[in-house]
Design a protein around this ligand. Structure first.
Ligand SMILES: NC(=O)c1ccc[n+]([C@@H]2O[C@H](COP(=O)([O-])OP(=O)(O)OC[C@H]3O[C@@H](n4cnc5c(N)ncnc54)[C@H](O)[C@@H]3O)[C@@H](O)[C@H]2O)c1
Length: 335
């Protein structure tokens, strides 16, 4: 007996990295899986149909049921076709995991419109596209009297939440948008029996190994065989299986997953207000009131860089950031 027996799952970007681990794990728990992945390069270019096909084949070799799809989540009607692929092959759809992403890092100064659009098209719009068509299908089922549990699991990133990494405007913005959509969609879809949550992963994949401007990756150490590996994508897969189970009740949550540590994540909480009773401020009054507020320093949010480089003072961090930005500018000038 698997925890997902009888469930049908669609996982986007399931040909590699975290999505691949999720596809294999969910299939091992009894789910029938649509393995979606056009097999593109990290920047979204190219394509390789064998990437999704090989994961689907691996699932079948292990005795599971899977079908491959190479649709791009970035395209509105391709996203609709994805849902139809699940229904045509397996008769229903219970779990949708929005996992696909591409990365085109650059500083704001060296950014291009095309690179920004490419990242947002897959992560933010792709999540929206697949979520929309899933919700459309699930609403139809609900209205015919089908009351099964449905689960939508989004994938966001620390880069868009608690630890924005410089050089990642598009990726951070898209992932923050995914976290916001998670809450909105959880609230909207309760009425159709759909739960909506997100994970914020950390795992050893091509994406996390190849950070911008020479920033070393936290995930690059490969443990010895048998040693606990906190960066194995399997840890993400277990949390997704938990969120996808019919008996799970949580909705509207973002879970940061670091190895076997799972952290409920709430960002953009409100601090102590400044207020003036019964009247509006003038600028000087407001400046005086806000002058008393202990604002958080945005440099304190660079926990990732602090940890990787072991720097602590504000000057050290500013120097480090400047050298990363200089490297990016030099790389952009001499690609
Ligand atoms: N690896 C980490 O530590 C980490 C950290 C934070 C967030 N994430 C998120 O986890 C998810 C998986 O990332 P990963 O590290 O496994 O990366 P990855 O590059 O190994 O896998 C991403 C997959 O998405 C696919 N993809 C790209 N464009 C697509 C499209 N238009 N339609 C469908 N599939 C498409 C790619 O072909 C690729 O196989 C992403 O959403 C990423 O933002 C990863």
């Amino acid at each position: 007996m698997g925890s997902l027996d009888g469930r049908v799952a669609l996982i986007t970007g399931a040909g590699r990295g975290i999505g691949r681990a999720e596809a294999l794990y969910l299939a091992g728990e009894g789910a029938k899986v649509v393995v979606n992945d056009p097999g593109v390069a990290p920047d979204g270019s190219g394509g390789d149909v064998s990437v999704a096909a090989s994961v689907a084949e691996e699932i079948r070799e292990r005795g599971g049921e899977a079908v491959a799809s190479t649709h791009s989540v970035a395209e509105w009607y391709a996203a609709a076709a994805l849902i139809q692929t699940a229904v045509d092959n397996f008769g229903d759809l219970h779990i949708v995991v929005n996992n696909a992403a591409v990365s085109r890092p650059s500083s704001l100064v060296s950014a291009s419109e095309e690179a920004f659009d490419a990242v947002v098209a897959v992560k933010l719009k792709g999540t929206f596209n697949v979520s929309h068509w899933s919700a459309d299908y699930w609403r139809g089922r609900y209205e015919t009297g089908d009351r099964q549990d449905r689960s939508l699991v989004n994938t966001t990133s620390t880069a868009g939440l608690d630890s924005p990494l410089p050089l990642n405007t598009s990726y951070a913005a898209a992932n923050a948008g995914v976290a916001a959509m998670t809450i909105v969609h959880a609230l909207e879809l309760v009425r159709y029996g759909v739960r909506v949550n997100a994970i914020s992963p950390g795992a050893r994949t091509r994406l996390s190994l190849d950070l911008p401007a020479g920033v070393p990756s936290l995930t690059q150490h490969t443990p010895a065989p048998g040693e606990y590996d906190p960066w194995d994508p399997i840890h993400q897969a277990v949390v997704v299986a938990y969120l996808g189970r019919a008996s799970t009740v949580v909705t509207g949550q973002v879970l940061t997953v670091r190895g076997s540590t799972v952290i409920p994540t709430n960002t953009w909480s409100l601090g102590a207000p400044v207020t003036k009773e019964g009247a509006g401020w003038d600028v000087e009054e407001l400046a005086n009131a806000l002058g008393e507020v202990p604002f958080a320093d945005p440099f304190d949010r660079l926990t990732f860089l602090r940890r990787v480089y072991g720097v602590s003072t504000r000057d050290e961090i500013q120097d480090l950031l400047n050298s990363i930005l200089d490297t990016d500018l030099a790389e952009t000038a001499n690609p």
